[in-house]
Design a protein around this ligand. Sequence first.
Ligand SMILES: [Zn+2]
Length: 472
Amino acid sequence: VNTPSAVPTPPTAAPQGAALWAPRAWLPGGWADGVTLRVDAQGRWADVQANTVAPSGAQVLTAPVLPGLVNAHSHAFQRAFLAQSERRHSTHDDFWTWRDRMYGVALRITPQQLHAVACHLYTELLAGGYTHTCEFHYLHHQADGTPYADEATMCRALAQAAQDTGMGLTLLPVLYERAGFAQPQLRADQRRFAAPVARVLRLRDAVRGWGLPGVWAGVAVHSLRAAAPQSLLDLAHACAGDPGPIHIHIAEQTAEVDACLATTGARPIEWLTRQLPLDARWHLVHATHATPAEIAAVAATGAGVVLCPGTEANLGDGLCDLPAWLASGTPLAVGSDSQVTRSWPEELRWLEYGQRLHLRQRNVAAAPAQQQPATAERLFAAVLKGGAGAAGHTSTGLQPSARADLLVVNTQDPAFAGVPNTHLLDAVVFAAAAQPFSHVMANGRWLTLHDAAQQGRAAAAMAALSLELLDG
Ligand SMILES: [Zn+2]
């Protein structure tokens, strides 16, 4: 049953035609009252009208609704060792010791295990308010490093998980070909990742060729350290004219900045903005260690930045210069990355709290001079737009032609008691509700937010992987 099939099968068709009515909804201009929404046959909004009474026959929602958000950066397999790298066993513990643990799982996970783990993860992410995920996917090969007979086997596992849960998916096959700036070969424990430009493009085209609802593909580059400059240029050239997004990890770690400086004479973002024709299709993941000049250079290209505050905190990466990124007008998105947090309210809360701790100020992301005093509303509006760009969507939010993705705020959660309607989004981000959303729609379908059987399969897969790690 729920294992990756030869061709991923789509979910059941979206029920359509009937109207939805919500007492309050977050439209592109902000909150509106009495909103009627209609879904078309393709799972997109056909019509959105504010200041209406519920049409006869409409499905009447009893709580305010928000558009679903894009999770702009995910490695689904990393969910498999959640909470299993939180112990220090030596005097030294940083990103690179965590990476060794991560490689232990990356070297072992099978397509069936990846599918099981991804199904559970995507359901958790739906409950956390994400209705679309960008998978930064580099687990291409069998455990011994030889390609699968069908080289898209691991892509199929992820696409099938998206279809089984209803999660939207932008799959980003990753260019990965060397171990470091001065190491032109891959390490033995990176053998599953090997993918030159031609393979990346084949995988992208294979995923697009499946024609699955809500599933699309772009490309990615693991990082400047993992790809030769000529390969980066070749990939950019091959993607000229293609509308798909192009993602790259960059400047996450100071060690990477130092190595880039030592070999190229430039900092990573400095090098990228000088050497490549960046544009709005490009999304720089993390971009944590960026100077004001680098931020200005990125802003001038139209490229976006994907922040992963939960993971960046967990891995001890450092803090980005959020005020400078916001002031620059760079499109911003958030991602669950290593999956230590799987809800956007928590991700946005971490994003703002990191800045408060660092700057010893409050409401750092607010912009009162621009009549945007609400921190949560400014951040939400920014990442709604930036996330859509990262996924390659041309429209987003509750408006005609955007995908019919919707979150019903769980106003029954005790965290929302006493919060005025005007401050609901502030509460979603800062009141830390245990279950912020009661119902989630993606592609015009109401989705399951907990599936015990699916969770059991994921737990079994994770237990098997943990045992192997302990044995091996
Ligand atoms: Zn990542």
